[in-house]
Design a protein around this ligand. Structure first.
Ligand code: GLC
Length: 525
């Protein structure tokens, strides 16, 4: 194709901007209403223009889609709704030509109930050993083997016609694998090789702290230590094995590790284990200066001793979109408090999200941007009869589920379905076209313009460590290299420290040149 491939450096993941692609909702190339690889390939120039270093694809494998693809039936095949393996290979290569790397998503805790292993297990084959099958309790085995609850609500066990029960920490269509079995380990190392051979640069590990189970499958008693299935020590040996595979290819990992205990969290990032893990403490942190500062300080302190870079995440495909969350009375995120009809001020939320974008992009480490975040998309209300996320039904209809952050993207304001493609699999709310990328591209005040500028200017912070500057209450101020970031969360406008030039602001300064509430600025010191 004439153009030399841009040189890519080995340490890219330490400071990368990584864009999360939820393929089903990104862009629909064939007009069937479901996003696909053709859609992504057609939009690679948009992603290059945005300036991202890598793409993380949510699972794109063959799947009955009972949990948006996190129910994998075959890791070596692309779901036909998305395309083919040959297309995935092309996409990986084309992105690479633009200097963009690919990260795939591996789901070790479970497979789909349509996976050949589970189908064989159901017929009573030796594959039963690859899962957790148990007789029930009670006189006739009518009670689940233990008291574990599914993350999506309801019991974590389903009974089969033959009387046995099987374990699923998520939906019944997602049976948990038995990680004490060597074939499970071998298979996952082979899957990693399969994708590294195809040129992927990294792997996101789904529910990374859950796969190992106490073999006795004891009841869960609050405070039980060690926990029967969260963060068990034997997992570290599994990830050391994975790391050895990744090192053969120069591949990197990002773990989905939800653990409040920072010391336990950091264990996953030891030099012979995972390279990085998502920073959920920052993602769930309310819009509050002191709490944000604590979250940032704790993050840096827990990563420093192991030499692992931090990651900064504001949202993803599982949580309330940023502009909506920041526009509510409770600006933190908690699965337990999600509710229908929460009052939201989107103007306020958007202002804060703009400031938060500059904050997170100024911090040392890697930053994740979830598709549509760069367009400032709000969480959408999905009509009840169109909600697909199993979290909704399994909560007895109480939890709105996660579809509100998974609505197909608006690309072209004047086109049908805002240019997404065919009639979208999830309905786009009224007014969605006003967020269209083509409109924002030409608007200097848009969220898209802010993200593009910020990603372009971000190298001003270099790879320098962070130094806090003295600042009034409610103001965050720090320098890295010769750049400075100031975020004002307080009512009084904040004076700007001495600087040579203003690099970027998330909103207008006041007439005296001071920084208003919920606004951030980057300065050259
Ligand atoms: C992770 C994914 C989520 C999925 C769950 C089960 O938390 O991010 O979307 O439902 O794992 O695989």
């Amino acid at each position: 194709m004439g153009q030399p491939t841009p040189a890519l450096n080995d340490d890219w993941w330490r400071s990368a901007v990584i864009y999360q692609v939820y393929v089903r909702s990104f862009a629909d190339g064939d007009g069937d209403g479901t996003g696909d690889l053709a859609g992504v390939r057609a939009r690679l120039p948009y992603l290059a223009e945005l300036g991202v270093d890598a793409l993380w694809f949510n699972p794109w494998y063959l799947s009955p889609m009972k949990d948006g693809g996190y129910d994998v039936a075959d890791y070596r095949a692309i779901d036909p709704a998305f395309g083919t393996l040959a297309e995935a290979e092309k996409l990986i290569a084309e992105a690479r030509e633009l200097g963009i790397r690919t990260i795939v998503d591996i789901v070790p805790n479970h497979v789909s109930d349509q996976h050949p292993w589970f189908r064989a297990a159901l017929t009573g084959g030796p594959e039963r050993e690859l899962f957790h099958f148990r007789p029930g309790r009670g006189e006739h085995g009518e009670l689940p083997p233990n008291d574990w609850r599914s993350e999506f609500g309801g019991p974590a066990w389903t009974r089969l016609p033959d009387g046995d029960w099987y374990l699923h920490l998520f939906a019944p269509e997602q049976p948990d694998l038995n990680w004490a079995h060597p074939a499970v380990r071998q298979e996952h190392e082979d899957i990693l090789r399969f994708w590294f051979e195809r040129g992927v640069a990294g792997v996101r590990i789904d529910s990374a702290a859950l796969p190992a189970k106490d073999p006795r499958l004891p009841d869960f008693t609050a405070g039980r230590d060690p926990h029967p299935y969260v963060d068990r020590d034997e997992l570290h040996d599994v990830y050391r094995g994975w790391r050895a595979v990744a090192d053969e290819y120069g591949g990197v990992f990002v773990g989905e590790v939800w653990l409040p205990d920072t010391e336990r969290f950091a264990r996953y990032l030891r030099p012979d284990e995972l390279h990085t893990a998502f920073n959920f403490s920052f993602m769930t942190c309310p819009w509050h200066a002191a709490r944000l500062r604590t979250s940032i300080e704790d993050t840096l302190a827990e990563h420093a001793p192991i030499g692992a870079p931090a990651t900064w995440v504001l949202c993803n495909h599982d949580v309330t979109r940023t502009v909506t969350r920041y526009g509510r009375a409770d600006t933190g995120f908690d699965f337990a408090t999600k509710a229908f009809g929460t009052p939201t001020d989107l103007t306020l939320g958007t202002r804060r999200a703009r400031a938060a974008a500059l904050l997170s992009l100024a911090l040392p480490g890697a930053v994740y941007v979830y598709q549509g975040e760069e367009l400032g998309l709000p969480e959408a209300d999905i009509p009840l009869d169109r909600i697909e996320d199993p979290m909704h039904a399994r909560s007895g209809g109480v939890d709105p589920g996660r579809d509100g952050c998974r609505v197909p993207l608006p690309w072209t304001a004047g086109a049908p379905h805002a240019g997404f493609g065919g009639e979208p699999w999830l309905p786009q709310p009224a007014g969605w076209a006003s967020y269209a990328a083509d409109r924002q591209e030409t608007d200097p005040g848009s969220m898209l313009t802010l993200y593009r500028e910020a990603i372009r200017l971000r190298p001003a912070f270099g790879d320098a460590p962070l130094t806090w500057l003295p600042a009034p209450d409610g103001v965050l101020a720090f320098t890295r290299a010769d750049a400075l970031c100031l975020v004002n969360l307080a009512d009084p406008p904040a004076g700007l420290p001495a600087h040579t030039s203003l690099l970027l602001a998330s909103g207008p300064l006041d007439p005296d040149g001071r920084l208003p509430k919920d606004t951030a600025v980057w300065l050259r010191a």
